[in-house]
Design a protein around this ligand. Structure first.
Ligand code: ADP
Ligand code: MG
Length: 380
């Protein structure tokens, strides 16, 4: 695999796959721009070598073209960080764009997922993107677990390189979990149940303890025949969840679930008290205490996914408790990641106590499992 700092890329048109899938507020405005900031070293490095940059990214998971998923506000934000250049947002692009390109302009193309060819990895779409540039750079570690056109398709058509953020993620996560010190504790939360649940099987093999909260925990409650009311869950994953419970028993691994929860009214309930009309939105105080105890004894910690609907301050205590337990465990190596997890811990004190804060959630977990990702393989 070649990295951009090998000196090849000078005065070229470079297509850079970044992950500008930033956290958004309800109205579509940016709530956390960490992912933009983290790609700046790569962008600046390439700009200093007189390359012309064409940036590509997805944002959210749009079913159709919709204003809320436009990258236009991202172009505006990026402009604030790169004042010596003009950031031009490009909605429609073809070869005419290439003829007009100049080195003082950075071109940010509209959300890749507005074209169905992105997710299906359509060769025509990959070719269309590749035709805009002389070289391709992947700096989107957090999207590299997806075999989409911009990740695995384009490198088939262009000389390809890994960006500096991708390099840093690979090296630091790799180092943190290579021969991890035990006990290794994984904490998994959030809302993306189906994409995260498939990783639990391997985690059962490599960790000592798994703490689950959010949607994942609800699926386990369902599998145990418990009432979860209106809480988020994915019933289609129920069989899989039951298999995971059996596997955990076989490996003698403790999957720790919340024992108490906070429902939509703010009321604390024991699990048995959850009724049909309740919605579980955070873990309760007993759960916070027991999770914190487990984390305090860990030597290696992997955390992805908020423990509750942290966007509402009423439901962020679980997430805050985990953050606090991790940053207070000075003896552990810790890797924390996920787009929303990053938003939840943005601006908090003690972040330097975390060994590595990754821009990636699903990709981080998959990289820990498999030691590589489709996007990394595509660069080789
Ligand atoms: P990440 O981006 O860190 O990988 P996810 O995208 O999987 O995490 O999930 C983040 C979302 O999960 C947040 O918007 C949060 O509100 C939501 N969430 C967490 N717990 C719950 C819950 N119990 N009920 C509803 N939503 C939840
Ligand atoms: Mg997310």
């Amino acid at each position: 695999m070649k990295y951009i700092d090998n000196g090849d890329l000078i005065n070229k048109k470079v297509l850079v796959r970044v992950d500008f899938n930033v956290s958004q507020n309800e109205d579509g405005s940016i709530s956390n721009d960490e992912r933009i900031k983290q790609t700046l070293p790569t962008l600046k490095y390439l700009l200093e070598s007189d390359n012309t940059l064409i940036l590509i990214s997805h944002l959210g998971n749009p079913k159709t073209i919709a204003e809320k998923f436009s990258l236009k506000p991202v172009a505006k934000r990026l402009q604030e960080y790169l004042l010596d250049y003009k950031v031009l947002f490009v909605n429609d692009y073809d070869q005419t764009l290439v003829k007009q390109m100049d080195t003082k302009t950075i071109y940010l193309l509209e959300n890749l997922r507005f074209d169905p060819g992105e997710k299906t990895n359509a060769p025509e779409f990959a070719k269309k993107l590749a035709s805009l540039a002389d070289a391709y750079v992947n700096d989107a570690f957090s999207a590299s677990h997806r075999a989409h056109a911009s990740i695995v398709g384009v490198p088939k058509f262009l000389p390809s390189y890994a960006g500096l953020l991708l390099k840093k993620e690979l090296e630091t996560i790799g180092k943190a979990i290579e021969n991890p010190q035990k006990p290794l504790v994984a904490i998994l939360g959030g809302a993306k149940i189906s994409s995260k649940i498939k990783l639990i099987g391997k985690f059962i093999e490599i960790t000592n303890q798994i703490i689950l909260a959010g949607g994942l925990a609800h699926n386990f409650f369902l599998a145990e025949g418990r009432q979860i009311g209106k809480s988020i869950s994915e019933p289609t994953q129920l069989e899989h969840t039951k298999e995971l419970i059996q596997k955990a028993n076989k490996y003698n691994i403790n999957i720790t679930l919340p024992v108490d929860v906070i429902i939509q009214t703010g009321e604390i309930k024991k699990l048995d008290e959850v009724g049909e009309s309740d919605q579980i939105l955070d873990v309760g105080p007993e759960s916070r205490a027991s999770f914190s105890r487990i984390i305090s004894e860990a030597k290696t910690i992997i955390w992805n996914g908020p423990l509750g609907m942290f966007e509402d301050p009423k439901f962020r205590n679980g997430t805050d408790a985990i953050y606090s337990a991790i940053t207070h465990n000075e003896n552990a190596t810790s890797v924390v990641g996920g787009g929303d997890t990053l938003t939840a811990i943005a601006g908090k004190e003690g972040r330097e106590k975390i060994t590595h804060i990754s821009t990636a959630g699903g990709a981080m977990l998959e990289f820990i499992e498999n030691g590589t990702l489709p996007g990394i393989e595509a660069l080789k």
